[in-house]
Write a protein that binds this ligand. Structure first.
Ligand SMILES: *Cc1c(COP(=O)(O)O)cnc(C)c1O
Length: 494
């Protein structure tokens, strides 16, 4: 199976090339030429498998350059880094209500589900495509991707990784996780501004031929670990398939039954993987896209207009503080009958005017499967407290956004379809806000808040977060966003 660009279908590459390059030359995103379908027999087979086997099976349908054995080797290595018995447990908290915990990896956020796999896929893709230049991974992060990518790529041969994060747009815990990162091929730097400033600066470099030439002279080619890279998105499809298998095997549903997934969304990579899983044959009733007060997606799915002219809010769910959701481009590609020229036009207008619209028909079709909603800061805090009181279940701030939006959906629709809340982070990644939500006492210091939260809830602090304060800080640099090029060139000279 080949991969095509959302902005020009005549650009066709192999799966290995799509992963090595990250982004298509025309600025478009790579998507598979078609979506593989899972049969009833496939599901029977998948149900009997372990999680690493399920991942290898699902990926083998997309990544033809890799054998099943290779993929199984990577997934076995990747998910052995997770703590606990199951990399993504499905927890039943109420009748027909489940929480899919995607945060048992090395950095305690769902990004680990894919970013423990991507370095294996990428290293091997370098060999398969005969790439001789070193691969330079550039990441703009709203907090969780950065750390997960650093952990994934640290000391991986043939790669270097540079992460830029917004100086005042990530939680203290997230910042500390990145500043203490180990590895000889890593560099971390803060950019003055918010996530969109960081993401725009990084995207500028991907589109800057002059810069790419300078990098190549230094022996480097760029790639991306953001969810614009297919190698990042594909492993995410696997956990939707896997949770559906778990629901069948535990007798909660029958093969073919439909379920809802409610997903706390930012760059739209997680929920898009859920949509792709539905195209493969996972029974999906509704995909519920949950936002915080940066609700550009809520407005888009309501009006059909994507408009970035709005205030940017800093919230307690920083990984969703995003105004430009890159992966929406891939979804729209499917809903406009894969009209690449139309997508190119719209993305052009997004760049020039900060907005674009879809047709009435497209919007109607989107609404058949997507539901939307957003949670205010108060809603989010309230849900954390409620959920702990009622279910004795501790939510992080992002998952709480999803739970709040799901509650609204359930109340308004009365839809009794079994529903999965996709849980994207462990609560201890955001200890100050979670503790405040529970007892109305905001403690500035993340380590102190962690201890208080632990004493109050009795929930175990995950090992990777437990002794961060004892690790030496390695990276403290903060730069202006226009200095990002200079910073990168400095790094590769070393
Ligand atoms: C990245 C992230 C999200 C948003 O996921 P997208 O794929 O960007 O929509 C939500 N919650 C947490 C904790 C995250 O790290």
């Amino acid at each position: 199976m080949k991969y095509i660009s959302t902005r020009n279908k005549s650009i066709k590459v192999s799966s290995a090339e799509a992963i090595v390059n990250g982004l298509s030359k025309d600025g478009g995103l790579f998507v598979p030429e078609e979506f593989p379908k899972l049969t009833k027999e496939n599901f029977d087979e998948l149900i009997a498998m372990s999680y690493p086997e399920r991942v290898a099976k699902v990926l083998s349908l997309y990544l033809e350059d890799y054998t099943y054995e290779e993929l199984l080797d990577y997934s076995t290595k990747a998910y052995s880094r997770f703590y606990g018995d199951d990399p993504c447990p499905l927890v039943n908290i109420d009748d027909g209500l489940y929480v899919l915990e995607l945060w048992h990896g090395p950095t305690c956020a769902f990004k680990d589900m894919a970013l423990t796999m991507l370095p294996h896929l990428l290293s091997s893709a370098r060999k398969k495509t005969g790439e001789t230049a070193k691969t330079l991974i550039l990441v703009a992060t709203s907090g969780d991707t950065g750390k997960a990518a650093l952990e994934g790529f640290r000391d991986v041969e043939g790669t270097d990784i540079i992460v830029f994060y917004p100086s005042d747009g990530v939680s203290d815990m997230q910042k500390l996780q990145m500043m203490t990162q180990l590895g000889d091929n890593v560099f971390v730097c803060a950019i003055e501004g918010n996530f969109d400033d960081a993401q725009t600066a990084v995207k500028r470099i991907f589109n800057d031929e002059q810069m790419q030439k300078q990098l190549l002279d230094g022996g480097y080619k760029l790639s991306s670990a953001n969810s614009i890279n297919w190698g990042r998105l594909a492993p995410q499809i696997a956990y939707y398939v896997s949770s559906y298998c778990d629901l069948i095997s535990s007798g909660q549903i029958k093969y073919g039954d439909k379920v809802n997934f409610c997903v706390p969304s930012g760059n739209f990579g997680n929920i898009l993987a859920g949509y792709y899983a539905s195209l493969m044959g996972v029974g999906v009733n509704k995909l519920i896209c949950a936002s915080n007060v940066n609700n550009v997606l809520t407005d888009f799915f309501t009006t059909g207009e994507y408009d970035t002219h709005r205030q940017f809010h800093k919230t307690m769910s920083p990984s969703m503080d995003i105004l430009i959701s890159s992966n929406l481009e891939r979804l729209l590609f499917e809903f406009c009958s894969r009209d690449d020229k139309l997508i190119a036009q719209r993305m052009d207008s997004l760049k020039k005017d900060g907005k674009y619209s879809v047709s009435k028909q497209e919007l109607e079709n989107l609404k058949k499967i997507f539901e939307v909603g957003y949670a205010t800061e108060d809603d989010t805090a309230e849900v954390i407290a409620n959920c702990f009181e009622v279910y004795d279940y501790l939510l992080d701030t992002h998952t709480a956004v999803a739970m709040s939006v799901y509650d609204d959906y359930f109340e308004n629709s009365g839809d009794e379809t079994p529903s999965v809340i996709v849980s994207t982070a462990n609560a201890y990644k955001f200890p100050c806000d979670v503790y405040d939500a529970l007892v109305q006492d905001y403690i500035e210091d993340a380590q102190k808040a962690t201890k208080k939260l632990n004493a109050y809830t009795g929930e175990e602090v995950p090992a990777p977060l437990a002794d961060l304060d004892k690790k030496p800080v390695r990276f403290t640099k903060v730069i202006a966003k226009q200095d990002i090029e200079k910073e990168i060139l400095n790094y590769i000279k070393k």
